[in-house]
Ligand binder design. Structure first.
Ligand SMILES: Cc1cc2nc3c(=O)[nH]c(=O)nc-3n(C[C@H](O)[C@H](O)[C@H](O)COP(=O)(O)OP(=O)(O)OC[C@H]3O[C@@H](n4cnc5c(N)ncnc54)[C@H](O)[C@@H]3O)c2cc1C
Length: 497
């Protein structure tokens, strides 16, 4: 039976899956099958017996220690397709990995035993300067993308801030960054994708081919439907000048600062993108303005006039978009700069109505309490609106989040490797859990809990609806069409109907 099925790995004919509730995964058979593909090259397969296994299986967030069945690094779509077929016939879950930045370690499966298909060898970036469309392989990191499209003629692509994040997860879950209010989310700029499905077939996915899948992948595509190998993304000519601001206030002004920022940001001009970062000692407001400093200053004054008292510092810099992107990337676009640096827990909430006084006081309370000296605690408020609400692209699975005023992310990071034992990790996780419980109890925005899928959180109550709202049933039907045997799965994947 195995030999019969194994032939379909090579010839691409439809696979008859042996799946049932009782079926067991067969990692030994899987490794043998993957070895057939690798044709003698040891560099593309990391098996549990490989020397590299204990480093290759780590993601950005070192809190997770999952043990995949194997990690496979295909060099081509054919190899990726063959690996998917191997996993399917051996009943092993397939998990794509692009940048490995999932908050819950889903790029390494979110549990033991998955086949990780790592796209680090998919690194093509090519700009068509006639159409302004960038062809971007799904293993590319954000810092490389920003640099290459800039070098191709001073283009920009709306995406995130961290240079080490992978395009795969970022684009398929949304992708919010410092030009988002002018150009929308990264997912809104996707023109087309190539995806290998659960049968190992290559699908072109765009507004005329696989239309339902095109809708689903843009917002709900991370890990649930197939292995996306390439994106075509609309890029935009960057304005000549970009002005950045970092404005600091003392934390004690939090109520008036949050109120003013929350009223100003979502209704500001589309050229403005802003994030408020609340720290235990201070509040920083980062603003990116697409235009020269004179215009930027006028816009900023409309914010400053709303906040009582003077800021303790204002830094304004006029430069290019690339310089701004470097600044928002904490001084670098080096795509390996922050690799695997810390233990973290992040969670999010989306707000359609302003934060209540009670919610602001909860934020203040948790910022004032740090579980340990060696701990970083932050609350980030990103303003939404602008093109995030008015995408020029067709409707997508992100549409349930249009109309949000701002997102809140509460975040803790620590350096101590003890996540479940030891002194620091458990205290940090408790900080995060208690904070979540309290602020969710106070949450009143839009009645039902709403959160951003790219800041994915395993213990978010009713997470399927919080991330995908009224789109859930349609997403499940599309899942059934393209992955009826649930080959692409992880703890928070779109489930079969
Ligand atoms: C330091 C840091 C900064 C961040 N900054 C931002 C930001 O500015 N804006 C923002 O919107 N988000 C941001 N995020 C969140 C980020 O968008 C998500 O964590 C995203 O899922 C990471 O994608 P990845 O490819 O790096 O991660 P991975 O762990 O590789 O993948 C994440 C999920 O996507 C799936 N996936 C990855 N590649 C593919 C593929 N090719 N085909 C199908 N599925 C795939 C994986 O299976 C997994 O479920 C940040 C995260 C971190 C850790």
């Amino acid at each position: 039976m195995f030999a019969q099925r194994a032939s379909s790995i090579v010839d691409g004919s439809p696979i008859v899956y042996p799946f049932s509730e009782a079926a067991e995964a067969h990692p030994t058979g899987l490794i043998a099958c993957l070895q057939q593909i690798k044709g003698g090259s040891s560099s593309i397969l990391t098996a549990p017996s490989s020397k590299a296994y204990n480093t290759d299986r780590l993601g950005f967030n070192l809190r997770f220690n999952y043990k995949p069945a194997a990690i496979f690094h295909p060099r081509s779509e054919d190899e990726g397709a063959a690996a998917i077929r191997c996993a399917a016939i051996h009943n092993v879950a397939v998990v794509p990995r692009s940048g490995g930045h999932s908050y819950e370690g889903y790029g390494i499966g979110g549990k033991d035993g998955a086949l990780i298909i790592d796209l680090n060898l998919f690194q093509k970036i090519a700009m068509d300067t006639n159409t302004g469309i960038a062809i971007v392989a799904a293993g590319v990191r954000l810092g490389d993308l920003y640099t290459k499209v800039w070098d191709a003629g001073q283009y920009l692509i709306p995406a995130g801030t961290c240079p080490t994040v992978g395009i795969g997860g970022l684009a398929l879950g949304g992708g919010l960054g410092m030009v988002g209010r002018k150009y929308g989310l990264l997912s809104d700029s996707i023109v087309s994708m190539t995806m290998i499905d659960a049968n190992g077939n290559v699908q072109e996915v765009n507004a005329t081919s696989n239309i339902d899948l095109f809708w689903a992948l843009r917002g709900a595509g991370a890990g649930s439907y197939g292995l996306v190998t390439e994106f075509k993304i609309q890029a935009y000519k960057a304005p000549d000048k970009v002005t950045t601001f970092s404005i600091i206030y003392p934390l004690r002004t939090y109520r008036s600062a949050i109120e003013a920022f929350g009223a100003w940001g979502p209704s500001a001009a589309d050229d403005v993108m802003a994030v408020m970062i609340l720290k235990p000692s201070s509040i920083r407001i980062n603003v990116n303005f697409l235009g020269p400093k004179e215009q930027a200053q006028e816009t900023i004054n409309t914010l400053l006039n709303r906040i009582p008292g003077k800021p303790t510092r204002i830094k304004m810099v006029e430069g290019t978009w690339l310089q701004a992107a470097i600044k928002w990337g904490s001084g670098t676009l080096n795509s390996t700069a922050w690799e695997g640096s810390r233990y973290t827990q992040g969670r999010s909430l989306l707000y359609r109505t302003p934060l209540s006084t009670n919610e602001m006081d909860i934020i203040y309370k948790y910022l004032n309490y740090s579980p340990d000296n060696d701990t970083i605690t932050r609350v980030l408020i990103d303003v939404w609106g602008g093109k995030i609400d008015r995408p020029s692209s067709s409707s997508s699975a992100f549409d349930n989040h249009r109309g949000v005023l701002y997102s809140i992310q509460f975040f803790i990071a620590w350096n101590d490797p003890s996540s479940t034992s030891g002194s620091i990790g458990p205290k940090c996780l408790k900080w995060s859990t208690d904070f979540a419980k309290e602020i969710r109890a106070a949450y009143r925005s839009g009645h039902n809990l709403e959160a951003y899928q790219n800041y994915i959180e395993r213990d978010l109550p009713n997470w399927l609806h919080a991330y995908y709202g009224n789109n859930v049933l349609r997403l499940q039907q599309i899942k059934k069409t393209f992955d009826p045997q649930n080959v692409f799965t992880f703890p928070q994947a779109i489930p079969l109907p």
